[in-house]
Structure formats: structure tokens, C-alpha cells
Design a binder for this molecule. Structure first.
Ligand SMILES: Cc1cn([C@H]2C[C@H](O)[C@@H](COP(=O)(O)OP(=O)(O)OP(=O)(O)O)O2)c(=O)[nH]c1=O
Length: 194
């Protein structure tokens, strides 16, 4: 039987990226978990733990497939989360200015007591930002609710001359890897067999 697809995410980006795969979730159940990193926790294991905890926190029946993800911006060993306010967003942007950083998106898919997981890491280069550019970006409010305080899919794209990895992973859901995980869990994605 075709399983029901549950998107375990409040992120509008994730819903749109799922639509890019031709998939419309049967239900959306946003997870509510503690997103504080543990002392000394490194970005990649933190990100993977977040995705696992999100998928574990979403209630589902045995014939439902739940998809969750977490996007973490890493500057070396530091985790840059979602900025609490414009001041923190400004501090993040100044740290990212003129350097490369990593964006990790961990995806977790659950069906019954089975879990499929994948982490996708992308390197992102940000040009050296002027104060005028930082202030204009902060005024746009696009930084709100986004890891690292920016969205590559919006105006901030003007400041990113180069990436290596997965564009959709940076936005919040790496579509190629997600398609594979969903197919493994029995969801039919483009061209997949019933
Ligand atoms: C780096 C980057 C992040 N983001 C977003 C994607 C995620 O929504 C957000 C990171 O926060 P997450 O904790 O991954 O997700 P969320 O809290 O928005 O939603 P949920 O936990 O319910 O799934 O940052 C962009 O949209 N563009 C970008 O370029």
C-alpha cells in the first residue's frame, strides 16, 4: 500500500523543495524539540542529532512516512544557529564575510521503527561585505528564522559567488538525497516503481 507522507517541518522552504520532487505531503506535523547544542558539540554531529530528534518527536502510524531535516551553518567548529535578533544576525554576517563556511543539512526519514538518514555538506563562499550591504540585508528581514542569518535563495544570493555541494541542501532540503531516502522508505518519487 502507498504510504502517507508526513512532512515533519514548519519550514515553508522544505514544503516547496518537496513540491520540486512532485510530492505534496498528506499532513504537516512540526516537531518541537530543544535545539540547543550540547557543550562542545561539533556542527555535523549536532545537525544529525537534530534531524534524528525531530523525526523521533513527530507522532506517526506504522503506514506513515515522516520526513524531517535540519540545516546547520558551521564556521569551523562553531555552530551559527537562527539569530535571535538583528544584532546577532549582524554579528553572524560579519563573521561570514569574506570567507568560506559549511552548511550541513541532515535528513531523516522514518517508517514504523525504521529510520533512514543522510547528511549533505556544502561549502559556501561569501564575498567581503561592506557595512552598507550588511545593513541593507538586515533591513530586508530575510535573515529571520534562517540558520547563519541568511538565505541563499533570496537577496543574499548576490553575495555568494561560489558553492560546492548542494544548493537545495543549503536552502533546507537536498532534493536528490531526499528522493533516495523517500524511495528507500517506499514513497514513489518521479520514475520510481510502485
Ligand atoms: C543557510 C540557509 C538556511 N535556510 C533556512 C532553512 C531552515 O528553514 C532554517 C534552518 O533551521 P532548521 O532548524 O533547520 O529548520 P526550521 O526551524 O526552519 O524548521 P523545522 O525544524 O520545523 O523543519 O534556515 C534557508 O532558507 N536558506 C539558507 O541559505
Amino acid at each position: 500500500m502507498r504510504p502517507r507522507l508526513i512532512l515533519g517541518s514548519a519550514s515553508p522552504r522544505r514544503k516547496e523543495l518537496l513540491a520540486q520532487l512532485g510530492l505534496v505531503p498528506d499532513d504537516i506535523r512540526a516537531p518541537d524539540i530543544d535545539e540547543d547544542p550540547r557543550p562542545g558539540e561539533l556542527p555535523r554531529p549536532y545537525c544529525a542529532r537534530m534531524a534524528r530528534e525531530k523525526v523521533a518527536a513527530v507522532p506517526a502510524t506504522a503506514d506513515e512516512v515522516v520526513l524531517c531535516a535540519d540545516t546547520t551553518v558551521a564556521l569551523g567548529r562553531r555552530i551559527l544557529g537562527k539569530p535571535a535578533d538583528a544584532g546577532e544576525a549582524a554579528a553572524f554576517l560579519l563573521k561570514l564575510s569574506g570567507r568560506r563556511h559549511r552548511v550541513i543539512t541532515a535528513v531523516a526519514v522514518k517508517r514504523g521503527d525504521r529510520i533512514w538518514e543522510r547528511e549533505v555538506e556544502t561549502t559556501v563562499k561569501v564575498k567581503a561585505l561592506s557595512d552598507v550591504e550588511v545593513n541593507a540585508y538586515l533591513a530586508s528581514d530575510e535573515w529571520r528564522g534562517k540558520a547563519g542569518g541568511y538565505g541563499i535563495q533570496g537577496a543574499f544570493g548576490a553575495f555568494i559567488p561560489w558553492i560546492q555541494g548542494s544548493f537545495t541542501g543549503v536552502v533546507g532540503l537536498p532534493v536528490a538525497e531526499t528522493a533516495q531516502l523517500l524511495q528507500a522508505a517506499g514513497v514513489i518519487v518521479y520514475g520510481g516503481a510502485e
